[in-house]
Ligand binder design. Structure first.
Ligand SMILES: [Zn+2]
Length: 138
């Protein structure tokens, strides 16, 4: 890398790659909040990024969520929490809730590592139909 990127630029890039990985990981699953299939998905945070920057790249905290829920439904976390408990267990959900206000300042090195880790994971996952997930979700 020739020029060092700013922390905000790296954070944005890391979040994009991480979110893409989440949509890829959950590509065969319905929306975490409403349990339905829809044509447009985000990677939705359970603990919002604004509250606690510590959990913004946490795999327990981010799941595929339809745009209707993520963008337009102010009560989406009710369904999110229910299905999240089914998916990762009540202990993990409680851990997220306990740590929801934790703030973390991500370093350049950590952000670069996240970018590399999740880009590699997407690239090296040949278990599913990648072209299919790309067409619909990326
Ligand atoms: Zn939904």
């Amino acid at each position: 890398m020739a020029k060092a990127q700013s922390i905000p630029a790296l954070t944005k890039k890391a979040q994009e790659i991480f979110n893409r990985y989440i949509r890829h990981r959950d590509r065969l699953e319905p929306c975490i909040s409403c349990g339905k299939f829809y044509d447009q998905y985000d990677a939705g945070h359970y603990v919002p990024v604004k509250g606690g920057s510590y959990l913004r790249f946490n795999e327990w905290n981010v799941h595929k969520e339809c745009k209707r829920c993520n963008v337009f439904d102010q009560f989406h976390l009710v369904g999110y929490r229910k299905r999240l408990i089914d998916k990762i267990g009540a202990d993990a959900v409680e851990w997220l809730e306990t740590n929801r206000m934790q703030v973390k300042k991500w370093t350049r090195e950590e952000l670069n590592q996240i970018i590399k880790t999740y880009a590699d994971r997407i690239k090296n996952d040949h278990t599913g139909n990648n072209s299919e997930s790309e067409r619909f979700y990326w």
